[in-house]
Write a protein that binds this ligand. Structure first.
Ligand SMILES: [Zn+2]
Ligand SMILES: [Zn+2]
Ligand SMILES: [Zn+2]
Length: 408
């Protein structure tokens, strides 16, 4: 069965997230988007863990579903109920080889009992209740060991691996390879999350990454942002099949749905406050020093990928993973209507389209253009341009999101 999964989001217990992040709303928005499996996010956080345990029922496949009596009264208007996968992001801050490292890791488990074991172990390391994404003084390698001993089926995936400040390969506080970070346990890493600022084409230049499945997730901080990046599978709907697909090099993991990498907020180099945005060549020319404030610029993902690609030229053969570059449907509607993306007008237009054409992903990826054109010619033109990559792009840098214009 072909389906879409978004396996990294946050709950309302994480900092700077929407109060709308409840299991009920995640089920509703998963349906609107056309996502079959949504990561719960924050499953280590005691309050969210308890809420999930109370509101979800096991679906007998390592995944969970919202209890029937809790389903939102509008949910029936949209597609199938969502399956949840228990997961959490952990922020590890520690010293290794004389440098401070800050690495975000995603952890997954097939049952509440195994997540509870991990929760108990982590509660001895630091405070797991202050933030939905706990910040712990814990070596990523040791976290991986704890994950594996909580459940033999539990999995760790390094999060948004290129983000300058908080990732395994980030330019500011990461490492130069996956092995350097996870040491003797590196073989247990089989997938990596590439983040919003890079796409598979960029990642595949970096041959040290060829042996990993490249996953993409939304890292959503509100229900509406679900699926801004996601994964495409063609396998059974179960925890073990999803993990097996990522481990295998076959077609059960089809690939990803991606932002254009320029849309991410760390694509190019620069300083937001100093209004400096540079391509990697300019950064090289200025030796990485901002001419306005005299400090080092934030080196973005494009530059960092190139740097690590030069270091390692040996590698295995690439996998044949495909990807679709997209932008959220509401961005296109906002361009058509010439009003803000969060306006009531755009919301109304969006709901109306879903009602006529199915889920957002169906509209972005699957619906034949002829069929869409019968419903709405302008939207069909926009989707046609999007699918063929005919878009105008302004790249993001130093925390500033990039932008995509479909009509220009
Ligand atoms: Zn993160
Ligand atoms: Zn996150
Ligand atoms: Zn500056």
């Amino acid at each position: 069965m072909r389906f879409i999964a978004d396996l990294h989001i946050h709950s309302r217990y994480s900092l700077a997230t929407s109060s709308q992040l409840t299991p009920e709303m995640l089920d509703l928005w998963g349906r609107k988007k056309g996502i079959a499996v949504v990561g719960t996010g924050d499953a280590i956080h005691p309050k969210w863990f308890d809420e999930l345990k109370e509101k979800l029922i096991p679906a007998q496949n390592g995944l969970f579903q919202l209890k029937k009596n809790l389903i939102h009264n509008e949910a029936a208007k949209y597609g199938n109920p969502v399956y949840f996968m228990l997961c959490s992001e952990i922020s590890c801050i520690y010293k290794k080889n004389d440098r401070v490292r800050k690495v975000h890791n995603l952890v997954y488990a097939p049952s509440f009992s195994s997540m509870a074991r991990l929760q108990k172990a982590l509660s001895k390391i630091g405070n797991i209740a202050s933030d939905g994404r706990p910040i712990l003084g814990l070596d990523s390698r040791d976290l991986l060991e704890m994950v594996l001993s909580a459940d033999s089926e539990a999995v760790l995936i390094p999060a948004h691996i290129w983000t300058p400040w908080f990732s395994v390969l980030g330019s500011r506080s990461g490492f130069d390879s996956i092995e350097e970070c996870y040491s003797d346990l590196s073989d247990h890493i089989f997938a990596i999350e590439t983040g919003l600022s890079s796409d598979p084409a960029m990642n595949r230049q970096c041959k040290i990454l060829n042996r990993y499945a490249l996953v993409s997730n939304s890292d959503a901080h509100s229900p509406e942002n679900l699926g801004r990046e996601a994964n495409l599978f063609d396998t059974e709907l179960s925890y073990s099949s999803i993990m097996a697909a990522l481990k295998s090099k076959d077609k059960s993991f089809i690939g990803t749905v991606e932002y254009f990498p320029e849309e991410g907020k760390y694509h190019l180099d620069g300083h937001r406050k100093c209004d400096i945005c540079w391509e990697p060549q300019q950064t090289k020319k200025y030796k990485g020093i901002c001419p306005v404030c005299g400090k080092k610029v934030t080196v973005g993902v494009l530059n960092r990928v190139a740097e690590l690609s030069e270091n390692f030229t040996q590698g295995e053969i690439s996998q044949k993973q495909i990807w679709h570059s997209v932008t959220p449907l509401k961005n296109i509607l906002s361009e058509i209507l010439q009003v803000g993306v969060n306006s009531k007008k755009v919301s109304g237009y969006y709901e109306n389209l879903l009602h006529k054409c199915g889920s957002e992903f169906n509209i972005l990826l699957d619906i034949p253009l002829d069929e869409l054109r019968k419903t709405d010619k302008l939207v069909a033109d926009g989707i046609e341009r999007l699918r063929s990559g005919k878009v105008k792009i302004k790249a993001g840098y130093d925390g500033v999101f990039g932008s995509i214009k479909v009509f220009g």
